[in-house]
Design a protein. Sequence first.
Length: 139
Amino acid sequence: MKNVPKKCNMVLDKGLEDLPLITEQLFQFFNEHQNLINPINLLIEELYSNSIYYGKAEKLKVTITLELNNELLSITYKDNGMPYDPLVESENPNIELGVEERQIGGLGIHFVKNLTDTQHYKRDENCNILSLKKNIKSG
């Protein structure tokens, strides 16, 4: 029997009220890969909070697509905020410093980069599109 890709789409536009929906959708989507729920939830919540607080969209709309195909997880995160490539424009935080010494910001994108294997950004049709891929192990 051929392995059929598993897909999940989320459309978010309610700000912080959407956070429980994200978690609920991830629990349903990752029913066979429970170990992915927390790191992917952290990743998506970080991107979404950046869209809410810094995207400056008149009416925020975020579309998230998750696709699991064999051992590859693909995440597409699309928002209608101002142009912003987090892969280029965010500085890598100095994680050697203590919490009190560190500058605020940048840690979320650091998590995104470290929780995924590949990242790609593009701007298309007045939207930021971040494509992420993560290799996962079965079992």
